[in-house]
Every structure is written in structure tokens, then in C-alpha cells.
Design a protein around this ligand. Sequence first.
Ligand SMILES: *Cc1c(COP(=O)(O)O)cnc(C)c1O
Length: 435
Amino acid sequence: MKLYSTNNKDLRVSFKEAVFNSMPQDKGLYMPVEIPQLDTEFVQNIEQYSLPEIAYQVASTLLKEEIPAEDLRALINDAINFDAPAVQLDDKTFVLELFHGPSLAFKDFGARFMSRVMAYFLKDGEQLLDVLVATSGDTGGAVALGFLGVPNTRVTILYPEGKVSPIQELQLTTNGENIRAVEVKGTFDDCQALVKQAFADRELNAKFRLTSANSINISRLIPQTFYYFNTYAQLKKQGFEDVIFSVPSGNFGNIGAGLLAYKLGLPVKQFIAATNVNDTVPRFLESGVYETRPSTQTYSNAMDVGAPSNWVRIMDLFDQDVEAVKKMVTSYRFTDDETLEGIKEIDKNLNYVACPHTAIAYLAIEKYRNENPADNSAAVFLSTAHACKFPDIFPAEIAAKIEIPVQVKALESKPKHADQLGIDFEGFKEYLLKG
Ligand SMILES: *Cc1c(COP(=O)(O)O)cnc(C)c1O
């Protein structure tokens, strides 16, 4: 697989280069030059395959020239060692639970696959790989747990002070070893800006081998396509043919992967991009004007993104054709009040406890069904995190139903450590240079 930059279609880099560079020098994003089609017979019989088999088939369609079959199979089995069940809640409504990995969020798919791809490409004796990552909550935990103990790597995680939940903070700050956490006095966008500036800084690049683990890394996008195929397989097995996916979106990596899956040959009828009031994309699809804004804090804090990085990838997948994007992607926004109502409604009507991000995806399905009464598709809303990560948001009687997984209990006894920094780049640079 060769990749180009969304800012320069003449550029050609290998997958390995794209993984380690993370971002092209021209500040575009890497995209495959060609999107191969999955074997049609495989797609037609997909219900016969398991998640690891589907993952291997999809990954090898993209990466067969970069990673030999045996190695790729082993890598996938190691990275994707947990399930992604599509749980039926009523006739035609399913919740896709993506929180059965170690950090209890869907970002485990991307982070675990990426860390193993990087480790695979690192040769003995090569310079230490420095992973810089900004997180609005869940990325950090997934990356920390994904890289923990991976030899020859060091991870620096920036997170906004006071804007991540207690469990998220524990996942970021209790690891030690090759993982360090930095608490930034600012927003997620400030954290992301610091990381982006570091990647563009000549001095830092001369001294360190920097790489990113944000959703901009192409190796995070690929494993996120696996569960779209696997869900389709699960639904097809039960006799459903028409499927729509509702994706709670912040940086638009998750839905970007869904759209990549579609371009690879996954038969999907419609995608719904569900956001909170950080609604750059819904506004764009309504008005045709792409205008980013500073992010606003909401209950669904992992989606508090005013400038969604991966949107350029989606436009690239559709050759900048806004009308074509609109045909495949419907987008809705929801306020915190609506989110809370959604949580109560899911509990009452479907007897299910959904985290705030998940609730937004559910609300978007309801809205879509109201606006498209003739569409009888099965609808899948993606549950991107376990409800226990956001304990403060639930009314007491719903909170009481949340079961705390064992992974979380183990963290509570560990000491917390984070370094504190402001939002100025010079301070961050100095911190990094100290090593
Ligand atoms: C990161 C995250 C999202 C948003 O995913 P994007 O790929 O950034 O759109 C949604 N929900 C949760 C729980 C997350 O951690």
C-alpha cells in the first residue's frame, strides 16, 4: 500500500514511513493512493467468519505487501484479543459494544494495532521511538495501555486539566514504565496544537524520533474498519441485509474508518455522524461552509473537538464531492440536556445503560428514523466507551446499575503521577528537550 498526502497527491510513501511519520511535512494526512476492493466472495459469505478472520482478510487486502501473512495474522491475534458484540436491543436496533478492551473504549482497537505495527517495524538497536499524543480522554488510556512495556518506545500523553473523568485520569497517570502523563492547563485543542507544533519543530525532530498516536495515524484507522465488517457479518447471519451505522464523532476517525470500510466494499446503506454541540461537521453539511471553532466542554468529552482532524480524510475518500458525502453521511448534533434525556430513554425503553457518547449515537438513530420513515434498515449505534468511565453524568438510579469492571478496580490502588504544563509551546519544548 502506497500513501499520498491529502495536500499532495503526487507524494508516495510506504506504509512503514506513514506509520512512523504519522503526518506528512505538508500537514495533510496520509491516505492510500488506491483503495483495493475486498474479495467479493468473501463479502458475500462474511457471516461465516469470526472477528479475527475478518480482521485478517481486511488487513491483508490493504497490507499484504508490507507485512507477510503469518506475521500479520499473529499481530492481529495479539492486538484484537477481545470481542465486539452487536447486542440486539429491539427488532431492528443494535448496540455495537466496542468497550471490551483494556481501556474500556473503542480506541483500544486502534491503539493496540498501532503499537504492535510500530513494534513490528522497529529493528533492534534503532533509536528510541517517542510517541506524542494529545487526548480528550479516551485516546490516552488506550495508547498508554497499548504501548505499556513495548520495548524501545516512550509515550508522552497530554491531557486537559480537569476535563477527563477520574477513571480516564487513572488510566493515563498510573502506568509508569515507558509512559509519562502531562496535565495541560488548557483544552484538548490546546493539547493537540502543542503536539502538532512539536511535530513541525526542527530541533525536536533532529533530537528525537517523534511519532504520533492520535487518530491521525493511518495505522489506527485500519483496525477500526474491522468491526464494521464484523458487525455486518453478525447482522447478516441473523437475516438483516440493510444496515445503517450511527457513530458518535469527535475527531471523525471512527466514522472515517467506517467510510473506508464502505469504500473497501462493505455494503452499508447509510452512516450517521452524531456529534455534541461541537458541530463543525453538521454545520458544514447543512451550509457547505467548513468553519472550525474552539471546542466547548460537554458530557461527551471525548467528542469535544472543534476542528475534527480526520474530516479531510473523509473529503478525500469522496474526491471532495460534498454531494456524494451527503448521500452517505447524515449528521446530527445534540445538546447535553438531550444527551441526558437520551440516557434515561435508553435505560427506560431498552433497559440498557449507555455512556453519554453512546447515547448521542442512539438519539441520532431516532432522529434519522423520524426523518426517514420509509427506511427499514437495521440500525447499529456504536458504543464507544463503558458507562463506568463517566460516573458523574448519570442519575443515581441509573448509575447504580453500572457494573465496575475489574480492570478499573485494579487501578484505584496505584499511585498517580502527572507533570504539569501550560499551553505555551516553548514550555512544552523545554520539557521534551530535558528528555
Ligand atoms: C474518541 C471517542 C469518540 C470520538 O471518536 P472519533 O474517532 O474521534 O470521532 C467517541 N466516543 C468515545 C468514548 C471516544 O473515546
